[in-house]
Ligand binder design. Structure first.
Ligand code: IMP
Ligand code: MG
Length: 172
């Protein structure tokens, strides 16, 4: 690990929290099937761990949007790079995201997915930077609320680096 990165949440803390989120989703959907829609690429690791904690019939789909103009600042413009493969009509959709930051990305994706007329729509975000919100949108399932820090690891990157770190770390 790069020496200047400081651990914010350890792999054990993440695993415990993700297990709780999976249990909650399992209870809430009471035996109904769900579709987990991951936002590439940052949510890939979170989705793979969360999915294994959900004891329901579940399928996966993925969606991709344009990333930041530079590495740390959202340009404010969201562009769809890859749509879901299947229709979400009458499905229980859970949109799975690494971080809810300004909310621009998830507000945009929520509109796209609601246009499919899902049976239900929920958002699961591992991290929530509430203080940065520009669009009013909230996650139904949140792992951890964090302050305005830039973090990497567990799927999240800084200029495409550090996604494979097992812990979530702060970039100074
Ligand atoms: P939003 O549209 O501002 O909510 O942006 C959400 C996206 O920005 C997330 O899916 C991440 O890809 C990215 N992002 C926001 N904050 C961070 C961070 O601290 N580290 C890595 N990526 C981040
Ligand atoms: Mg992302």
């Amino acid at each position: 690990m790069a020496a200047d990165l400081k651990v914010l949440f350890s792999r054990d803390q993440i695993a415990a929290r993700v297990a709780e989120m999976g249990r909650q989703i399992t209870v809430d959907f009471a035996g109904e099937p769900v579709v987990l829609v991951g936002v590439l690429k940052g949510a890939a690791i979170f989705l793979s761990d969360l999915a294994r904690q959900i004891k329901l019939d579940s399928s996966f789909d993925f969606i991709a949007v344009s990333s930041y103009g530079n590495q740390r600042q959202n340009s404010g413009e969201v562009k769809l790079l890859k749509d879901v493969d299947q229709s979400m009509e009458d499905k229980n959709v859970i949109l799975v995201e690494d971080i809810l930051d300004t909310g621009l990305t998830l507000a945009y994706l929520k509109n796209i997915l609601l246009a499919h007329h899902p049976r239900s729509f929920r958002i699961a975000a591992l991290l929530d930077k509430k203080c940065r919100r520009q669009q009013s949108i909230h996650a139904d399932y949140t792992g951890f609320e964090i302050s305005d820090e830039f973090v990497v690891g567990y799927g999240m990157d800084y200029a495409e680096r550090y996604r494979n770190l097992p812990d979530i770390c702060i970039v100074p």
